[in-house]
Ligand binder design. Structure first.
Ligand SMILES: Nc1nc2c(ncn2[C@@H]2O[C@H](COP(=O)(O)OP(=O)(O)O)[C@@H](O)[C@H]2O)c(=O)[nH]1
Ligand SMILES: [Mg+2]
Length: 250
């Protein structure tokens, strides 16, 4: 069997009520070059059984990893990405289980990765542009804008949205380095991942790291109820941003 072109990691914590198993199975049947790798993050509900059922239905397209205890999204994604890289695909990525970003958006990521070989990191970005269908809760949108501005200043990076749960990376040494060690910022590991990437040497003759990150405005993004995030988490995120700035930028 040839290695998959993309391994997509889907972290799942207590997702029995939200997981649209059929949407994932239909998607994987229609994209043979994509392999789905679910990480059950110590779920206490029926998520583990649902994931095993999906794997039984599509054993060559679906993998499942079970973490014994809940570790949080950062570590669940990290474990998934390390396992994904071991399959030696061209691309690895992670995607929120609630499908706030619909799976068919993957085609835009694949097209961009093919067209721009120098790009290492493609960040899904929730921008309300005409012709896109981006529906966010107002309070999260505005807090998110304020936070993104903080990230932008702190990393000195013109980034619009670091927190969209849809990201694809080229599988290479640089990407492996991003996930080699556990993240220190469980709430905004996406930002820490970018800070780690920017801190890597560019390599002789290679374009600057910053120019190898691309934000892709997703065609659709819908707020899905059931998020465990509260507005107080914004304060934790700000604290973690200060940590990241201190550790990686100074
Ligand atoms: N909240 C939360 N999500 C987790 C955890 N571990 C994995 N996840 C997954 O992370 C993704 C995002 O979760 P969600 O609650 O929708 O966060 P939000 O979209 O940022 O509000 C989902 O795929 C979750 O199943 C965890 O410990 N807590
Ligand atoms: Mg969500």
């Amino acid at each position: 069997m040839s290695p998959p072109r993309l391994v997509l990691v889907v972290p799942c914590f207590d997702e029995e009520a939200r997981l649209d198993r059929q949407a994932f199975l239909d998607f994987s049947a229609s994209r043979p070059s994509v392999r789905l790798l679910f990480v059950d993050d110590g779920s206490r509900d029926r998520t583990p059984g649902i994931l095993e059922g999906m794997k039984a239905e599509a054993p060559d397209r679906v993998d499942v990893i079970h973490l014994a205890a809940n570790q949080g999204k950062a570590q669940a994604v990290r474990e998934g990405m390390l396992a994904a890289l071991r399959l030696e695909p061209d691309l690895v990525g992670f995607w929120d289980a609630d499908l706030s970003t619909p799976l068919n958006a993957i085609d835009d990521f694949l097209a961009l990765a093919a067209k721009r070989p120098e790009i290492d990191i493609i960040l899904g970005s929730r921008v309300m542009l005409m012709g896109r269908d981006v529906r966010r809760e107002a309070w999260r949108h505005y807090l998110g804008r304020a936070f993104a501005t903080g990230v932008s200043l702190s990393l000195n990076l013109p980034v619009y949205d670091t927190q969209c749960g849809a990201k694809v990376l080229r599988a290479n040494e640089a990407t492996a380095a991003l996930f080699a060690k556990p993240f220190h910022s469980p709430w905004i590991f996406d930002v820490e991942m970018l800070a780690r990437y920017l801190a890597l040497p560019a390599g002789p003759g290679a374009p600057a790291r910053q120019s190898r990150i691309y934000e892709l405005a997703v065609p659709a993004w819908h707020h899905v109820p059931g998020s465990k995030l509260r507005w107080t988490d914004f304060l934790r995120a700000v604290w973690e941003l200060a940590y990241i700035h201190h550790t990686y930028r100074r």
